[in-house]
Design a protein around this ligand. Structure first.
Ligand SMILES: [Zn+2]
Length: 72
C-alpha cells in the first residue's frame, strides 16, 4: 500500500542559533528552506540546520517515507 506524502509528509525541526529561528519544515522543502534562509539572512553561511536532536533520526524518516509512513 502506498501512502501519499502530500498531507502526511514529516515535518523536520530546524534551528538557527544565530537569529533564534525555530521552525518545522516539510521534508520536501527542507533543503530549499535552509538554503534560502542562509542565503537571505547569513550571506550563504550554513547557520540554520536541522535540529541536532532529530538529525540522527532524519535518515529513518526518509526511509519511513518510502513505504512505511506514520505520523509519529
Ligand atoms: Zn538565521
Amino acid at each position: 500500500m502506498t501512502t501519499a506524502s502530500e498531507d502526511g509528509e514529516p515535518a523536520v525541526p530546524i534551528v538557527c542559533p544565530e537569529c533564534g529561528t525555530e521552525a518545522r519544515i516539510p521534508l520536501g522543502e527542507l533543503a530549499d528552506t535552509l538554503d534560502r534562509h542562509n542565503a537571505d539572512r547569513h550571506d550563504g553561511a550554513e547557520v540554520a540546520r536541522v535540529d541536532p536532536d532529530v538529525a540522527d533520526s532524519l535518515a529513518d524518516l526518509v526511509v519511513a517515507d518510502l513505504g512505511l509512513l506514520e505520523d509519529e
